[in-house]
Design a protein around this ligand. Structure first.
Ligand code: SF4
Length: 749
């Protein structure tokens, strides 16, 4: 314990007077009067929402009386208050039913992190230098209002807000704010949040094309629960699971069969399975409805996809394709998933259509044991909005992708005059991140709502620190994980520790100060007032059976952690009509020639860090990866036979080079990856993200090519080729210090 800390504690304990002779009076902390009644030693459990990934699991937070160092009215002091001690899953919540993944437990550390921003900050040094001084909220809001009051305008240009993908009333508030003030709302994400909900619990056969549904894809806790039911929840009936991917993920390790197919061959394999089902008359061509009509050659029985032709292309034996086609058709309900790497190839749109058609042929869309879509919600902001490239001609509020922001800046050579950032780190999470950094740095004025300084918020002129999720009102309108309609709601589980404010509250305050259209569009004084209004709408449409009036509905939702419908039947997609032109197979494109860059490069979502946004949490750094057991670092997965040829041993430092950059990291030699594939977890390699994540490991995104999925602006992050070479001896930090011996004769394609 340092001297400063000792003096703080004793001052707070009332012994300061006795120590005045030897302590600095500036260090004495005042004791605030408690703001709430709490019984010492008695815990209360308060509903909340996990915000650490898009799944939106419901949580319960254990709150007990404790003493904390807090800031009140700009004054540092000690307060006896309710403090969050533990997070568990909310058993009543339909998505996660009382369970959490390891990341969810780590949310506690967001609140107590020693590097949290404690007060509004104003830049004092060069942009990006990390030099700031503390200012008051009044000064901060005044600056933001002044910057926004002049845009857009002929001499001031345009303005934009970049956030992580938002849902519920947070999205409504940001969309309305941006639309009313003629700005643009752009959402940034590295891994796509996915749809639909999957009813694995009633499925008898499951085919996955690269979806890590038990680890990081879509709604992993909900899927883990229903996967458990599929395997063990029905006496005498155990569903079979087959996984196609070129490496063994946490999910692939649970499969009955792992089939290491070539990267980008997912659509081809789906249609080859469909070919066998049609050829052997296991289903009729018409049974797939409109989804099948969107595939070229369907009515002719997909002659180009005979297993014998596809074997060479995909690396999967024809006999295996034929057998799996027969098994899936004979074991209804059978469901097919596609996610992660399969959706990150240049031909992913074709693959998605092929997988949809196979699902339709197997009869699993909108049926028990299949895939389903959550019903639309009768609330403002719950409908998806059409993105547009022209901000001044939009028909209504909505958001567009970060790629569109990038295009707008590069095509017009005009960066926004004002840029707001919330919970998005595109400098870390974009291919060619240094170019993104330069592009963002050209903005006239940057304000960030970040809780921590990361690579993007380091560029801010003004930092308006957000509450932690446990200190804030939260809401969410779920789109996946359950066939029920689910709207999560949570009041703050504890009072704020620091001089922070929640992002929606700041926007509402700024809207009122700006006046005019934006004040009319957002008439609420606070975020909870806006939430109450939206729940009043929901009550009129859906909630009259659950509560005696709108106030009762609102109170019950707060106690329960939200509102959800009674069991509903799964629904099929809104339109199953054929698309205009049937999809034809397109080869996946890869950046870099096979001669110069002989390996496919496969980044993957880390179980602990997700997309890298959780690398600042020490529990996540300390937790061993479930497959490799690596802690506090990163690794490069190399097949054992490939490693032998290259003279690489476990733990050696290797250089991985693409046409866009080189990184170095220790090798993890394993048979659990195809010989022509090199894989790396995303998450480490931050240059600026608190004491725990900065300058630790390497970032695979930094060497990716800026390839996109054809027909979209999504990054094709599995479309880069690399070469590798041994640099020298190194070390992997692993739980238990090593992996178990692996058999040398494991067969690969
Ligand atoms: S899956 Fe894990 S990280 Fe994601 S919301 Fe649920 S508990 Fe949180």
């Amino acid at each position: 314990m340092q001297r400063r800390d000792f003096i703080k504690i004793t001052a707070a304990g009332g012994a300061a007077a006795a120590l005045e002779g030897c302590g600095n009076p500036d260090h004495h902390l005042i004791r605030f009067i408690p703001e709430e009644d709490l019984l010492p030693g008695i815990a209360t459990w308060k509903p909340s929402i996990c915000t650490l990934c898009p799944a939106g699991c419901g949580t319960l937070v254990r709150v007990m009386q404790g003493e904390a160092e807090v800031i009140r009215n700009g004054q540092l002091g000690i307060l006896k208050m309710g403090l969050a001690k533990k997070i568990e899953g909310n058993p009543a919540h339909p998505i996660n039913q009382g369970k959490l993944c390891p990341r969810g437990h780590g949310e506690l550390q967001v609140t107590y992190h020693p590097d949290r921003i404690r007060s509004p900050l104003q830049r004092t040094g060069e942009r990006g230098s990390g030099q700031f001084k503390e200012i008051t909220w009044d000064e901060a809001i005044k600056q933001l209002v002044s910057q926004l009051s002049g845009v857009p305008g002929p001499s001031r240009g345009w303005w934009a807000m970049i956030t992580s993908p938002l849902r519920g009333q947070r999205k409504t508030i940001v969309d309305d704010f941006a639309y009313a003030l003629h700005g643009g709302h752009f959402e940034f994400e590295f891994f796509d949040s996915a749809l639909p909900a999957v009813d694995l619990g009633q499925a008898n056969y499951l085919l996955s094309f690269g979806a890590d549904f038990l680890g990081t894809w879509n709604s992993p806790v909900a899927q883990s629960i229903s996967y458990g039911r599929m395997r063990k929840g029905r006496p005498g009936q155990r569903g079979k699971f087959v996984h196609f991917e070129s490496r063994i993920s946490q999910t692939a390790a649970s499969a009955d069969e792992w089939i290491p197919s070539r990267p980008g061959m997912d659509g081809v394999l789906a249609l080859s399975l469909a070919h066998v089902i049609l050829r052997d008359k296991l289903r009729s061509a018409g049974s797939a409805g409109g989804a099948a009509a969107s595939i070229d050659g369907w009515t002719q029985g997909l002659p180009d996809f005979a297993p014998e032709k596809i074997e060479k292309q995909s690396g999967v034996p024809a006999a295996t394709i034929t057998r799996i086609a027969h098994e899936s058709a004979a074991n209804a309900p059978a469901v097919v998933l596609m996610g992660d790497s399969a959706a990150a190839h240049t031909n992913a749109v074709f693959s998605a259509r092929a997988v949809n058609a196979l699902n339709a042929l197997l009869g699993s869309v909108g049926k028990p044991g299949g895939s389903a879509f959550s019903p639309a919600l009768p609330m403002r902001g719950s409908q998806s909005m059409q993105p547009t490239s022209n901000l001044s001609h939009r028909e209504g509020p909505g958001s567009a992708s970060f790629a569109m922001f990038r295009d707008m800046v590069t095509s017009t050579s005009k960066a926004p005059q004002v840029l707001l950032l919330h919970n998005a780190n595109p400098v870390f999470g974009s291919a060619q991140g240094s170019q993104v950094r330069d592009l963002i740095a050209k903005s006239g004025f940057i304000a960030s709502f970040s809780r921590f300084i990361d690579e993007t918020s380091a560029l801010a002129d003004l930092v308006l620190p957000d509450h932690s999720p446990l200190e804030s009102w939260l809401d969410d309108a779920l789109e996946s994980g359950s066939a029920q309609t689910v709207v999560s709601l949570a009041p703050p589980a504890m009072a704020p520790l620091h001089n922070t404010r929640s992002m929606p509250d700041v926007l509402l305050d700024v809207a009122q100060q700006l006046g005019g259209d934006v004040a009319k569009a957002l008439p609420w004084k606070t975020y909870d007032e806006a939430l109450k209004a939206s729940f009043s709408e929901l009550y009129k449409e859906k909630g009259t059976k659950n509560a005696k009036d709108a106030d009762d509905f609102w109170s019950k939702a707060q106690e329960q952690g939200g509102w959800w419908s009674a069991d509903e039947k799964p629904s099929a997609p809104a339109s199953s009509k054929a698309t205009a032109s049937p999809a034809k197979y397109t080869e996946p494109q890869f950046d870099g020639s096979a001669d110069d860059f002989p390996f496919y490069f496969l980044p993957f979502a880390s179980q602990m860090f997700y997309d890298g946004s959780l690398a600042h949490l020490p529990w996540m750094q300390e937790a061993p990866d479930p497959l490799s057991s690596v802690m506090w670092g990163t690794w490069v997965e190399i097949n054992n036979r490939t490693a032998e040829k290259l003279g690489v041993k476990m733990g050696d430092i290797v250089a991985v080079a693409s046409a866009h950059g080189t990184l170095e990291a220790p090798a993890l030699v394993t048979p659990a990856i195809a010989p022509d594939v090199i894989a790396m977890p995303v998450g480490q390699g931050h240059t600026s993200y608190t004491r725990y994540a900065s300058n630790r490991g390497a970032n695979p995104i930094s060497i990716l090519a800026p390839m996109t999925v054809a027909g979209t602006d999504a990054l094709a992050w599995a479309a880069t080729r690399v070469k590798i070479s041994r640099v020298g001896e190194g070390k992997l930090v692993m739980f238990g210090a090593s992996m178990e011996e692996t058999p040398k004769d494991l067969k690969h394609r």
